[in-house]
Design a protein around this ligand. Structure first.
Ligand SMILES: N[C@@H](CCC(=O)N[C@@H](CS)C(=O)NCC(=O)O)C(=O)O
Length: 343
């Protein structure tokens, strides 16, 4: 081969290489795959009242389900284009690693091991939670420190199981572990008296209590023994998709902060407020930069709503759980919800 041809081949390879990295963001496969498939594969829990539960007709609802719906809304302009993949605690991460799901939205705690050992990445914390204890009112316990010697039901494959061991060891207390592989069996174990304490994320305990035969006979102790920052997770190899899932949540929080709701979205499109203009894509083309459309956030707010609307109807005052907003309130209203600006 003459040196000119060799040079041309080398040049061709170089151009192809540069094009790969300049035109498409590194490994931007997920959005493309989701669009081609026409449906989002979203990993949720097998059934956690308030977060992801299925009714008799097979319809999913809950706080984690709304995140799936919001991602589908921005991609397809249709929040119903979701295939829900129910996963128990131990199978949830491999489903993401193997590509069986595009996003995991399943009351999952953001921890370092889940990022550096499992190759996953959390996009944001969309629910600030903590671990607590559910006990029978008749036990007359006031604090978790009174639980020495208790029989504790816990679901395995969770941070809950690990925190439980730490808490009892640190406080020099003993407990009998009643391990359950599914939430259903943990609840059954507690309801039937196999254990006298059920431990889980406090948000989960609110939903679980409603499923017991006599909800009023049970209380959640005031102790919060851990930090459980819950949020969606994706694979680490696709920055474009990571950004989409992350900004879906931030758009919902910013919309609440700006007072833009599913009902006022059409007025918001005519707003003079520069922050609202950027949110709804009248100014800026951030949506297109992410591989979406200019109205990427409008689609979310119209079909799903802002963060506050979702919170209240799934787990807050408009739901049977009635969990107070607490620290999941906006930063300027006494909570710690804080979304970076859209600009
Ligand atoms: N946030 C904790 C606990 C999550 C978890 O799996 N909790 C159980 C008990 S409430 C659950 O949601 N189970 C429902 C299921 O397995 O589908 C974690 O990420 O490990």
């Amino acid at each position: 081969m003459n040196s000119f041809r060799r040079l041309m081949i080398l040049f061709g390879v170089l151009v192809a290489f540069v094009a790969l990295f300049v035109v498409a963001p590194a490994n931007a496969q997920t959005l493309k795959a989701v669009k081609e498939r026409g449906v989002l594969n979203c990993g949720v829990s097998e059934g956690l009242y308030g977060f992801s539960a299925r009714d008799n007709a097979g319809n999913w609802s809950g706080f984690d389900v709304e995140l799936c719906r919001a991602v589908a809304a921005t991609v397809f302009n249709d929040a119903s284009k979701v295939n829900y993949v129910p996963l128990d605690a131990s199978r949830r991460f491999e489903a993401l690693q193997s590509g069986a799901i595009d996003v995991l939205s399943r009351n999952t705690t953001w921890t370092i091991s889940r990022e550096v050992e499992l190759g996953l990445i959390f996009t944001a914390t969309n629910y600030f939670d903590g671990q607590g204890f559910l006990v029978r009112r008749s036990m007359n316990k006031e604090t978790a420190l009174d639980l020495d010697g208790a029989k504790v039901c816990v679901q395995t494959g969770t941070t809950t199981e690990l925190n439980l061991a730490d808490y009892f060891r640190t406080n020099k207390m003993l407990y009998v572990l009643v391990a359950a592989t599914t939430l259903e069996s943990a609840i059954k174990g507690y309801d039937s008296g196999q254990c006298n304490v059920l431990t889980a994320d406090i948000s989960a305990l609110f939903g679980i209590r409603l499923l017991l035969s006599k909800p009023d006979d049970h209380i959640i102790l005031p102790d919060v023994i851990s930090k459980e920052p819950l949020g969606p997770a994706v694979r680490q190899d696709d920055v474009q998709w990571f950004n989409i899932v992350k900004w879906v949540h931030f758009a919902m929080v910013n919309a609440e902060e700006l007072g833009v709701t599913s009902k006022s979205i059409d007025e918001a499109l005519k707003s003079d407020n520069p922050d609202v203009k950027r949110l709804v894509g009248v100014e800026g083309n951030y949506g297109e930069r992410m591989g979406l459309t200019r109205d990427w956030a409008v689609r979310i707010i119209r079909h799903v709503g802002n963060y506050g609307e979702v919170y209240e109807r799934t787990v807050g005052i408009d739901s049977p759980l009635t969990i107070p907003r607490g620290i999941n309130q906006l930063w300027n209203k006494g909570g710690i919800l804080y979304a970076p600006p859209i600009r």
